[in-house]
Design a protein around this ligand. Sequence first.
Ligand SMILES: *Cc1c(COP(=O)(O)O)cnc(C)c1O
Length: 424
Amino acid sequence: MKEIYQELGIGETVYSYGAKFEKKLKERFSEIDETAEYNQLKVIKALQKHKVSAECFMATSGYGYNDLGRDTLEEVYASCFKGEAALVRPQITCGTHALALALMSNLRPGDELLSPVGKPYDTLENVIGIRPSKGSLAEYGISYRQVDLLENGMFDYEGIQKAVNEKTRLVTIQRSKGYQTRPTLSVDKIGELIAFIKEIKPDVICMVDNCYGEFVERQEPLEAGADMIVGSLIKNPGGGLAPIGGYIVGKRECVENAAYRLTSPGLGKEVGASLGVIQSFYQGLFLAPTVVAGALKGAIFAANIYESLGFPVIPNSTESRHDIIQAVTLNSKEALIAFCHGIQAAAPVDSHVLPVPDEMPGYDDKVIMAAGAFVQGSSIELSADGPLRAPYAVYFQGGLTWYHAKLGILLSLQKLFEAGLVGL
Ligand SMILES: *Cc1c(COP(=O)(O)O)cnc(C)c1O
């Protein structure tokens, strides 16, 4: 084993350092495997219930009327995530698109959107119109209110109580911390928040941005009272195989509203050819529970290694996990770049290229990104990025297998070690 790691650039010192932690994490990893086992069975149960068969994998074109594969997949998603209905489409281009669709189709002029968990994911600022933007909710006369989390990461119940008003129509709750430093919300916590809000206003729609959270726990937010969950297929539920797509699952009315917006009033879910990608959606969903387990192990492995070397990590080495993102504060530009070089060098695709920091639209500082993915931009595959500014935090996530995630983390450590940025 040591030899093949050596052939991939991992020296003896780094190998042994990693091995020590892997041993220590055995019990933790077996808990993750158990969650994966439960979720694997949940997916199989849904596939069987809806009698998925070879005909479901046939490509349709044109209008896509009577697309058995597409319609059955939506039933599978609804069962798996415990919703009444689902919209799972290659025509939903990404997570932001799925979220925009869910919001724009379920809000009307004069309504108000509330985020009780602070600032939403960056790209949603344009959708909502927090940053003035063409086509935003704000342009359509939909207002927005936000209640930040308290210093200690808890919900500001008092603030939320005050913020809910006669205009409040939809509440958006982001499960993952995304690229912020707040804690990620567990499904239980989301359930508590929803119960509180429904108590104040029972008919409000509670939507959860489920990106990066799918299959991390045994329960999903619809089971905790959410009306709608939304996510991307090039993250967790696509299992690394879906080449595009997004989903919305939940109350039938919410999903139908979204379908009429995605296609057209009157057409809704009836059109939308699946063009031959649908088999990868099925197969990706089937693999997703174990893929998520691999990514989680990688995140925990990294948290343990880097915390032991004195770098602040979020989440820390021992706390419970509710998404697959790991942040490591590397404290210097050199360390951030070295880390990303290691992740890139471990990739199955483009391992020979060297990422360099560069300008990015929407960022004030240069950003470095490491990714060598089969699907462009797929962040269920191992990737890392960070802006070149103090405190030089790197955010990384994914890994279709634990072994690949492990190699990536060991190579990142190797690069830091070789550059004299850590002592082992
Ligand atoms: C990734 C992500 C999004 C946006 O998804 P894209 O596919 O990048 O458009 C939204 N919210 C959260 C929490 C995410 O992690």
